[in-house]
Design a binder for this molecule. Structure first.
Ligand SMILES: [Cu+2]
Length: 469
């Protein structure tokens, strides 16, 4: 059994060999399934300017039309219940291809992909310096000054941030969910029920945060599915997401889907020899099945606070119209459903002890383009109140914005959708003396100022709460 280790706990030359392998794989032709370029294109490949700036560096560029249309490229699964199994397979074959490159160069025969556990920033039993360190891109991957001289190939141009914001790596909204999927568009751990979904719209909580938000925080190649896997940190980020799936399952009382449509779905890859292979989702249900484990690490499987299965919900209020998201958006008042029919749906419901009424914020049909930064979301309840730590509800990452906004074979073009559990913030606001159920406003603030090439339009924002009996 292989063990994938925390990148900050490595005490060997795993990263030195990784850098050498990346360098070697970059010399392979883009049409070679085991090249760095082909491996990246399996996730996503495109030639609009923002993507071309990375792809034109590829050995043998441009790829032959036969390669592009081979059915092996542009396969990544997003906004779907296949997000986790597809990426697990993708990492599994990539790890074998890298390991073979390393052993062919005379290195060790058992190279294993490490993971980057940025979630450690939420580990209150870790020291402050350990928490801070976890948010930093491991120094071997370079800095804004350029590559680390000993690990040249682990750097890539145009990364926006080398230190993540703590709120962008919060594992709890995902880990606390108890259901892998609960049908269409509802809040859940692993994503909504779909078919093959290269640019789907039913994003699970783990995919949303930390996955999407970390992508857009680092930005550059990582900020876009059509280039993300060209950044060597991509693979350590996804190893952490893959680990969180296993930690979630190990909490007990959590289950993968049992439906055959999920279990029997098949995806194609290439193995270390460059030969086509396929794998079925049910082969990926635990890491052990694929011959590897992760070192025990935060969050531990016993520390989550399980949320109740999502009850029946109804709309309490919504934005009156679609709106453009600018850098300095002031709070937007939601239009509330008239009171008689709303029937105090935001009041504390009488639930069994310790249970909280659930309220969910949906941000739907987000369309646009450009390298958007993560967006902080706040709910305010007072005139003139701006977003702050007390009314912060979460952040969203517009990973795949352009593809989701462009009608194509892969997407209906209706944009990205997000769901955030806001029960705790609503609960906090309800405690205030001046709480007013008619005054729910929403503020969306990009974490960094956008250049002119970013355009974001939000179709609808709506607040949903549990129906009273
Ligand atoms: Cu990703």
């Amino acid at each position: 059994m292989k063990t994938r280790k925390n990148v900050y706990h490595l005490q060997d030359d795993t990263l030195a060999w990784y850098s050498r392998a990346v360098e070697e794989m970059k010399t392979r032709d883009i049409n070679d399934p085991t090249s760095w370029w082909y491996q990246g294109a399996i996730h996503g490949y495109a030639t609009y300017p923002q993507a071309l700036t990375f792809w034109q560096d590829a050995t043998g560029y441009p790829p032959s039309p036969q390669t592009v249309d081979s059915g092996f490229w542009n396969r990544c699964q997003h906004g779907t219940w296949y997000f986790l199994p597809w990426h697990r397979m993708y990492l599994f074959y990539f790890e074998q291809i890298v390991a073979k490159a390393i052993s062919d160069m005379g290195g060790p025969s058992d190279w294993t992909l490490p993971y980057w556990n940025y979630c450690e920033a939420f580990n209150t039993s870790a020291s402050a310096s350990e928490q801070d360190q976890a948010l930093q891109l491991p120094p071997e991957f370079g800095s804004s000054q350029g590559p680390n001289a000993d690990f040249q190939a682990l750097w890539i141009k145009d990364r926006r941030n080398y230190v993540l914001k703590k709120r962008n790596v919060n594992p709890w909204p995902a880990m606390n969910e108890t259901e892998f999927t609960n049908g269409t568009g509802e809040i859940c751990f692993g994503g909504g029920v779909t078919g093959f979904a290269h640019s789907g719209s039913q994003t699970g909580q783990l995919e949303s945060l930390p996955h999407n938000v970390v992508h857009t925080d680092i930005n550059g190649a990582m900020g876009n599915p059509d280039t993300a896997a060209l950044d060597p940190i991509f693979w350590l980020h996804h190893a952490n997401i893959d680990r969180l799936w296993q930690v979630w399952l190990d909490q007990g009382d959590r289950h993968n889907p049992t439906i055959n449509a999920w279990r029997n779905f098949r995806f194609k890859f290439h193995n270390a020899e460059g030969n086509p292979v396929d794998m079925v989702v049910k082969e990926t249900e635990t890491t052990q099945q694929l011959g590897y484990v992760y070192t025990p690490d935060f969050p531990h499987s016993t520390t989550a606070t399980p949320r109740r299965t999502l009850p029946a919900m109804d709309v309490v209020g919504a934005s009156p119209a679609s709106f453009a998201l600018t850098d300095h958006m002031s709070p937007l008042n939601l239009e509330m459903v008239p009171k008689p029919s709303r029937n105090a749906r935001l009041k504390a419901a009488s639930l069994a002890q310790g249970q909280k009424k659930r309220t969910v914020l949906r941000i739907s049909n987000v369309t646009g383009k450009g390298p958007a930064s993560p967006i902080d979301v706040f709910i305010t309840n007072r005139d003139g109140e701006e977003g702050n730590d007390e009314n912060f509800v979460g952040c969203i990452g517009l990973f795949g914005l352009q593809n989701a906004s462009t009608p194509s074979v892969e997407s209906d073009g209706s944009g990205l959708n997000f769901a955030i559990d806001v029960s705790e913030t609503i609960d906090k606001l309800r405690q205030r003396d001046d709480w007013d159920e008619e005054k729910i406003a929403l503020q969306l603030i990009p974490q960094s100022q956008h250049e002119n090439d970013v355009e974001i339009n939000v179709g609808r924002v709506s607040l949903h709460s549990e129906i009273d009996d």
